[in-house]
Design a protein around this ligand. Structure first.
Ligand code: ADP
Ligand code: MG
Length: 569
């Protein structure tokens, strides 16, 4: 019995397919990258499972991908002998989108093709990209360790539905047959396919093979016989795990492509750091900073973390133990020689090796960012605009690296007076006035509220720079960061602002005079306001506004009060 069933795609899949076909058409050859990437993942997964059950190899442990085409039938076939899929897995993986945050993603789509294609790239197009060039896709697959009769055939025209049927499949793994759309015939060309696949597969760790035709027997001009060369499957990539190769031997293009493979991102990364460490600990790390924040950066359920390998063997995706939360945007690979091959998430949780690796990876990322900030301010700024809010969680989470993180922070200030956060503490300190020993800041709900606050009047008048903080996270950050480089961070809205040596002698005399002049007014004001205020005080802070409310030195700031109120405290 063929046992064929028709299923409808999940609504989001239908939407994704439509969008993808239209907005990614100019980039259509990426379908090959996605399908080869999936085949390599399938090989990784099989190797991992085979660690505890070598029978899964079914005496075929030579994992590879083969690409072929049939000009007459107008098909391209990508076949692998990786882990394969069961019927249930086929329905789950090729009929739905299992990503967290899918709803939000679709709600962000605007209908503007240029913008949407950007977003789709971030979402990760994956398997469905096959439909950019194909109007029918056939997937024949059989999961490792199952009987030939348990194969599955999935077929769809990429519209509303797909069918799943039983299939007798002798070889383990997955074969994807693309029936090309009218007009895509140029892909049915050996040279064309080789050049596309060459671009996308050099970093892939298993061989990607194409058939090389036999060369018939021939004769040299001198009349000598040249023997025929039989046809054969030929690897067209280097087929070694990229991170195991020497840095000098890897081109930027390869680093970029490898990033796209592991991150499912569409764009090139902003920066990477590739390191091999030998000695007491042995590991290789290849860590990337993406160019753009993913659409679901703030989604709590989102998986993050590094791809973990142990002695070149893939162990797991999203090993979150090796990166602190405030660096959750980092993508990459960690290949350790010190962890056991049978390591699980539970074991990872409490081994010393994990802690050491996590500290090492954290340092790598922080110093990569520090270098970037130093050598390429523009790139650093673009990093900050995407991920600065996340990095601001750092000082609270990672006491040990507090100073390092603080060096990387950027804020708005009265120096620039624009919302873009580009002022570092170091730049602020450089501009400090003679005699100034504190770093002044103000927090507010919005940039404009901060910028126009009456608390700033005296500072503007005296030409003292004030950091303008208006992100939600800023209060939290400041409650964990009291000083920088020996200079206390001081809110301009708190308590009795002592400008210290910044007050010149003349204004001191003036102040004293005013204090006596206004003494009786202040007493009357306090009597009138009664318990509503703790104190009524003469201020020298204001230049244009008659009065303002300040919090006590040890009280919560007004921002923090609002924050607490908003969570029901
Ligand atoms: P992603 O690779 O980001 O998970 P894809 O859309 O590319 O998303 O693939 C969806 C899922 O389909 C994969 O996670 C995998 O479980 C399954 N899959 C796709 N291609 C293969 C393959 N060649 N062999 C085994 N499973 C596959
Ligand atoms: Mg994929």
């Amino acid at each position: 019995a063929v046992h064929s069933e028709t299923h409808g795609f999940q609504a989001e899949v239908k939407q994704l397919l439509q969008l993808m076909i239209h907005s990614l058409y100019s980039n259509k050859e990426i379908f090959l990258r996605e399908l080869v990437s999936n085949a390599a993942d399938a090989a990784d997964k099989l190797r991992f499972k085979a660690l505890s059950n070598a029978d899964l190899y079914e005496s075929d442990g030579d994992l590879k991908v083969r690409l072929s085409f049939d000009a007459e039938a107008k098909t391209i076939t990508i076949a692998d002998n990786g882990i394969g899929m069961t019927r249930d897995e086929v329905i789950e993986h090729l009929g739905t989108i299992a990503k967290s945050g899918t709803k939000e993603f679709f709600s962000q789509l605007s209908g503007d093709q240029a913008k949407d294609s950007q977003l789709i790239g971030q979402f990760g197009v994956g398997f469905y990209s096959a439909f950019i060039v194909a109007d029918k896709v056939t997937v024949n697959t059989r999961a490792a360790g199952t009987e030939a009769a348990q194969g599955v055939q999935w077929q769809s025209a990429g519209e509303g539905d797909y069918t799943v049927a039983d299939l007798n499949k002798a070889d383990r793994g997955t074969e994807i047959i693309l029936h090309l759309r009218e007009g895509e015939e140029e892909l049915l060309n050996d040279w064309q396919l080789r050049s596309i696949i060459g671009k996308y597969s050099d970093h892939i760790s298993i061989p990607v093979e194409m058939w090389k035709d036999e060369v018939p027997e021939s004769e040299s001009p001198e009349g000598e016989k040249i023997a025929a060369v039989p046809g054969e499957w030929e690897a067209i990539n280097k087929a070694t795990a990229l991170w195991t190769r020497g840095k000098n031997d890897i081109s930027n293009d390869e680093y970029n492509e490898f990033y796209k493979h592991i991150s499912h991102d569409f764009e090139d990364p902003l920066k990477w750091s590739h390191n091999r460490v030998e000695g007491e600990q042995e590991y290789t790390s290849l860590l990337y900073i993406p160019a753009r924040a993913p659409f679901d950066l703030w989604n709590r359920e989102k998986q993050h973390g590094l791809k973990l390998y142990v002695q070149r063997v893939f162990i797991m995706d999203d090993a979150e133990q090796f990166m602190p939360t405030y660096l959750r945007f980092v993508k990459g690979v960690l290949d350790s020689n010190d962890l056991p091959l049978n390591v699980s998430r539970e074991i990872l949780q409490d081994t010393k090796v994990t802690t050491k690796l996590r500290n090492a990876c954290t340092k790598r990322v922080l110093s990569m960012l520090e270098k970037l900030a130093k050598n390429d301010a523009e790139k650093y700024q673009s990093f900050w605009n995407e991920f600065g809010q996340v990095l601001k969680e750092g000082p609270a989470e990672d006491m040990a690296n507090k100073e390092k993180i603080a060096k990387l922070l950027r804020f708005s200030s009265t120096e620039t007076d624009i919302p873009e956060q580009s002022v570092s503490f170091d730049a602020y300190i450089e501009r400090m006035k003679e005699g100034q020993n504190k770093i002044y800041y103000i927090t507010a709900d919005s940039f404009n509220a901060a910028k126009n606050s009456s608390h700033l009047e005296i500072f503007r008048k005296k030409g003292i720079e004030v950091m303008l903080l208006c992100d939600r996270i800023d209060e939290w950050l400041l409650s964990h960061l009291n000083d920088y480089d020996g200079k206390t961070l001081v809110s301009v809205t708190k308590g009795d602002l002592d400008l210290g040596d910044l007050d010149d002698a003349e204004s001191k005399a003036e102040k004293e005079k005013q204090e006596t002049e206004f003494a009786s007014f202040l007493t009357r004001a306090k009597e009138t306001l009664g318990d509503k205020v703790a104190e009524v005080r003469l201020t020298h802070r204001l230049t244009g506004t008659p009065s303002c409310i300040v919090a006590g030195e040890h009280d919560m700031s007004t921002q923090m009060m609002k924050l607490m109120q908003s969570v029901g405290q």
